[in-house]
Structures are given as structure tokens and as C-alpha cells.
Design a binder for this molecule. Structure first.
Ligand code: NAD
Ligand code: IPM
Ligand code: MG
Length: 359
């Protein structure tokens, strides 16, 4: 069976880490006799500079005819002359893709690699014997991201509003997802909100409580978002599954990635209700390190691992890649972001060479 994957590398470090991931994909094809049909589409700054569009129709079609999407990252138009037009958020291709394919649930696994315990900014005594291993489930179609955005003049003052909106259906999808994921883990869900101030959060809490009645085997707790950020620093191993709204999830997932030592380690998966999914690193296009062959390819490679597991159910292949990454780290190889010494790291491509040697 030929499985097709839409490959949207984007811009910044996107194409660099995607190139390394494609080497891994080819190796898996060779080793297991699979054929993956890779269909390449321009997106983000690269597409904008060619077509003045962040998501050209052709790229959209490639996604529609694929079994899964592997996304790199997008940072915006590459050329200075186009930067002004970048102000319009609606044109951000990842937001458009999420809306078009109704990707409602985003999953970001936060795990400190045992080989990289020392690079966590937290002391060993805080990380604790249990380590850090939790999942953030972030709602992806509501909140201030998709409510009405407006910039206008009022009382002679430049003014802007972003409407935050949730309905019960959107929250129920996340609620069910979180309890089901928790059932396969440690059966604990922490629902994070700001119910002491926001109506959307009050509704979120009510729906979480209602849905929890269907999952008596899972423990549900509620936590305010400011406290959650604090708990990340003082007791991160208490978490199993965190479920939260769009904006809180965006911010908390970068903060949680920091616990592991680098955003370059954290993959993500976004699902719609039909099970179609987009896989991408949790971080962005990292313009500060782009073009230097130093970006950590792990987040992109692990995004492919999530694709193998969740879209293709190819577990043996996925586990082999995970083991190869562990082996590479165990042997002391590091990219710059996870390296203590300034000159003791290998390039992105060299790091992938080593991973490939263990597959
Ligand atoms: N899904 C996406 O495509 C996506 C996600 C987040 C941000 N962005 C965009 O990316 C651009 C840059 O945003 P930013 O700088 O705030 O966030 P960023 O995530 O791009 O970078 C934050 C920090 O993490 C580091 N980092 C990220 N990925 C890394 C990797 N693989 N290896 C090593 N270090 C890595 C960067 O060097 C930087 O120091 C913005 O235009 C933003 O909108 C896109
Ligand atoms: C690029 C940006 C719009 C996006 C978001 O806020 O969702 C990113 O930060 C992410 O975490 O996927
Ligand atoms: Mg983000």
C-alpha cells in the first residue's frame, strides 16, 4: 500500500530540519519495504515570495489528497518588501490549514530525554525521581485566535479587539480526547483555565466536569493558568495530561518545552474529528539560527514518528527511530541547543547521519 504524505517544509529552519527528516523517511522505506508518496508543497514565506500567497491552492490540494501532513515551520515573508503585508494574521498558513481541515485538538508531548536530564534548567531535586513526562492537549479552533479581530479608532485612540469565543461542542471534543488519552497513561487530567476571571473558562470548567462523569476511572482536577505556569517550575512531575484552551496551550507548551531544555525536542500532532492529522514541531521557524545547519532536527523527526504511530499505525518503525535518537544522544552527540560546551556540538546533518547509522 502506498501511503501519501504532504510535505510542507515552510521557511526558516523548516526546510533544513525537513531535509533531515526526509533522509529518515527514505531509510525507513528502504528498511521496511514501504513506499511513501511524498508530495511537496510551498507554504509560508517561501510560497509568499513566489506567489504572494501563504497557502497556494496547489498546496491546499496536495494536503487534501494526502493521508497525513508533515509540516515544518513558517515565519513569514522572506523579503523585506513583503514584511509590511505580514501584519494580517489570517494569512498565516498554519492558522488557515487548522481552520480548513478543522484540526481541533493539538497534542504536544513534553518529555525530558533521560540522556538529557542535565540540560533541563530545573534542578534534579525538582525534576524528581519521576522525571517530566506529560502531554499538553490544546484546543486549536477557538479562543482569541478565531474570534473577530478588529483594529479601529475610538475616542481618537488607536484601539484593537480580539474576541475570545467557545461553544460547548468545541470544549467537549477536547474533554473526551483528554480523558481517553489519560486512560492510556496515569489516568489524571489537569484542566487549565482562568475561571476566576473569564466566562469562556467558566464554560470550559462546567463542560469538563460534565464529561468527566463518563470517565469515572480518570481523576480530574482544575488549575488556574497562572498557577499552572508556576507549578511547571516547582513541581512539573505532578502532571499527566493537561487540557486547555488555544492561547493558554500555545504559551504553556513553549514554557513546558523549556523544561526539557530545548524547543527543538518537542513534536506535535493536530487532529480533526475524522482522524486526519497534521504533524509539526512545537516551535517555529527560528530565524535566529536558520541557514546555519545547526537546528535540532529531533522535533521534526519525532513529528514524523507521531505520524507513523497515529496516521499509519506503523509502531515498529516509529519505535526504531525513537531508539536511534536515544542511541545518538547516549553516545554523546549533541546539536548546539542541547550542548553544554560551545564547540562540542555536531551539525544538524551530522547529527542525522548518526541517527541513520542506528536505524
Ligand atoms: N507552527 C509554526 O510554523 C510556528 C510555530 C511557532 C512560531 N512560528 C513563527 O516562527 C517565527 C519565529 O518565532 P519565535 O522566534 O518566537 O519562536 P521559535 O519557536 O521560532 O524560536 C524560539 C527559540 O527556540 C529556538 N528553537 C526553535 N526550534 C529550534 C530547533 N529545532 N533547534 C534549536 N533551537 C530551536 C530558537 O532558536 C529560538 O531561540 C515567528 O514568525 C512565529 O510566528 C511558527
Ligand atoms: C505560528 C503561531 C500562530 C502558532 C500558534 O500560536 O498557534 C504557533 O505559535 C504554535 O504554537 O503552533
Ligand atoms: Mg506557539
Amino acid at each position: 500500500m502506498k501511503r501519501s504524505i504532504a510535505i510542507l517544509s515552510g521557511d526558516g529552519i523548516g526546510p533544513e530540519v525537513m531535509d533531515q527528516t526526509i533522509r529518515i523517511i527514505k531509510k525507513i522505506e528502504e528498511k521496511f519495504g514501504h513506499q511513501f508518496h511524498l508530495q511537496y508543497g510551498d507554504v509560508g514565506g517561501v510560497a509568499y515570495d513566489k506567489f504572494e500567497k501563504h497557502l497556494p491552492e496547489m498546496t491546499h490540494q496536495i494536503c487534501e489528497y494526502s493521508d497525513a501532513i508533515l509540516f515544518g515551520s513558517v515565519g513569514g515573508p522572506l523579503t523585506e518588501s513583503h514584511l509590511k503585508k505580514w501584519q494580517d494574521c489570517e494569512k498565516n498558513s498554519i492558522l488557515v490549514l487548522r481552520k480548513k481541515f478543522q484540526f481541533s485538538t493539538n497534542m504536544r508531548p513534553i518529555k525530558v530525554f533521560r540522556e538529557l536530564n542535565a540540560i533541563s534548567p530545573l534542578k534534579e531535586s525538582i525534576v524528581g525521581a519521576n522525571g517530566i513526562d506529560f502531554i499538553i492537549l490544546r484546543e486549536l479552533l477557538g479562543d482569541v485566535y478565531t474570534g473577530e479581530h478588529k483594529t479601529y479608532i475610538e475616542n481618537n485612540l488607536r484601539t484593537a479587539t480580539d474576541l475570545s469565543l467557545y461553544n460547548e461542542k468545541q470544549i467537549k471534543i477536547l474533554a473526551h480526547h483528554s480523558f481517553k488519552v489519560a486512560q492510556k497513561r496515569k489516568s489524571k487530567v489537569t484542566s487549565v483555565d482562568k475561571a476566576n476571571a473569564l466566562d469562556t473558562s467558566k464554560l470550559w470548567r462546567t463542560i469538563m466536569n460534565e464529561v468527566s462523569n463518563q470517565y469515572p476511572d480518570v481523576f480530574l482536577e482544575h488549575m488556574l493558568v497562572d498557577n499552572c505556569a508556576y507549578q511547571f517550575m516547582i513541581n512539573p512531575s505532578q502532571f499527566d495530561v493537561i487540557v486547555t484552551a488555544n492561547l493558554f496551550g500555545d504559551i504553556l507548551s513553549d514554557a513546558a518545552a523549556g523544561l526539557t531544555g530545548s524547543l527543538g525536542l518537542i513534536p506535535s500532532a493536530s487532529f480533526n474529528e475524522q482522524g486526519f492529522a497534521l504533524y509539526e514541531p512545537s516551535g517555529g521557524s527560528a530565524p535566529n539560527i536558520a541557514g546555519k545547519n545547526i537546528a535540532n532536527p529531533i522535533a521534526q523527526i519525532l513529528s514524523f514518528v507521531l505520524l507513523l504511530k497515529h496516521s499509519f499505525e506503523l509502531y515498529e518503525e516509529a519505535i526504531l527511530i525513537e531508539k536511534a535518537i536515544h542511541q545518538t544522544l547516549k553516545n554523546g552527540f549533541r546539536t548546539q541547543d542541547i550542548c553544554f560546551s560551545d564547540n562540542n556540538y555536531v551539525s544538524s546533518s551530522k547529527f542525522t547521519d548518526i541517527i541513520l547509522s542506528f536505524i
